[in-house]
Design a protein around this ligand. Structure first.
Ligand code: HEM
Length: 317
């Protein structure tokens, strides 16, 4: 009879204890292991499903580029939310559960988000320079009224980063500075005014569809993150004199990356494809985009208290 390696015996005992804790028999799980196939690369990352998700609506060669780059972006957005959701779920600074280790964890979450948005900014040339403009102008007509404006994850990212008071449309932001009801604030969020028909003020179809799909999720998120956003955390740390230099710098980087650098690259792309057309400002989502998209007009700043007056005044310039 072969004697089992003590290290192996130790693992078996650990496994026995693990399954026993939930009233299970290790031997049944070992039988399962004997039956199971090896995992493969393609099954593990669901490759066949992933590669089946590109369904162009026209025969233009460049449309799959447009679809895939949006999908890549949404995956990066998912990475960002993965970090932000963990940060929002952590204990709040100033409570008994908060420890210095939480500051380090928050700093790391923030750095990762900046890195992901940085990768998106760097790779945006896939859109800006990587499609034939004539083809783009043709296949986009098959996409109306769909628009990146309808990216739910993008909105969830900003709701986890910034207090809703800072996301209220600039025209009425000051009036809602002290408002504490997240649903009142959500009703006045900047993008609700972004896709309206200028002459009538009526919502575009793009906006109506977007709200119909995400209204419930956005409301739940608005309530769920209220008082717990990255901005709320930074504010408490700042007030308590516990905001480390590393976190302060990381937060400023993130704010600038998400609210200036990525939007500027996106704006440049919109300019390259949509400007100098007969209907100069017509976007698939129907916004007056030259007035709507520039960061200097939206003045979206997640952590305004970390910037000087001069820095805020020249935001996105
Ligand atoms: C050729 C490429 C692109 C063009 C011409 C373009 C154009 C536009 C325009 C004109 C808008 C304003 C809303 C509208 O009226 O449709 C918009 C919004 C938006 N687009 Fe794009 N876009 C492009 C690529 C992308 C990509 C790859 C993403 C990644 C998901 C994206 C995400 C967004 C988001 C999040 C908004 C809302 C921005 C805001 O509300 O501030 N766009 N886009």
């Amino acid at each position: 009879m072969t004697t089992l390696d003590p290290a192996l015996l130790e693992r078996i005992e650990a496994l026995r204890a693990k399954y026993a804790a939930s009233g299970q028999e290790l031997i049944d799980f070992l039988d399962g292991l004997l039956e199971a196939d090896y995992i493969t690369y393609w099954d593990y990352i669901r490759l066949d499903s992933l590669l089946s998700l590109q369904q162009p609506r026209t025969p233009h060669h460049d449309e799959p580029i447009f679809i895939m780059y949006h999908q890549i972006t949404e995956l990066y957005f998912k990475l960002v939310l993965h970090e932000l959701d963990a940060a929002v779920a952590a204990p709040m600074p100033g409570t008994a559960d908060w420890t210095p280790a939480h500051t380090e964890a928050l700093t790391e979450h923030v750095r990762r988000c900046t890195r992901y948005f940085g990768a998106l900014e760097q790779s945006f040339a896939v859109m800006t320079d990587g499609m034939n403009r004539e083809q783009f102008l043709r296949f986009r007509m098959a996409l109306i009224p769909a628009s990146g404006f309808q990216s739910g994850q993008y909105r969830m990212i900003e709701m986890a980063m910034a207090r809703l008071n800072e996301l209220v449309h600039l025209d009425v932001r000051a009036a809602y500075a002290g408002e504490t009801d997240p649903l009142v604030l959500l009703d006045r969020i900047y993008w609700r005014g972004g896709a309206t028909i200028a002459a009538t003020g009526e919502k575009t179809l793009t906006l109506k569809q977007f709200e119909a799909k995400y209204a419930k999720e956005f409301s739940e998120r608005a309530v769920g993150v209220h008082g717990r956003t990255i901005s709320d955390r930074a504010r408490v740390l700042e007030q308590r004199g516990e905001l480390t230099d590393a976190l302060r710098e990381g937060l400023r980087e993130l704010d600038h990356q998400v609210n200036v650098r990525w939007p500027m690259q996106h704006l440049k792309t919109a300019g390259r494809y949509l400007a100098k057309q007969p209907s100069d400002t017509r976007a698939t989502g129907g916004t007056n985009w030259p007035k709507y998209l520039p960061p200097k007009f939206q003045l979206r700043i997640a952590f305004p208290f970390l910037w000087s007056d001069a820095e805020r005044d020249s935001w996105g310039s």
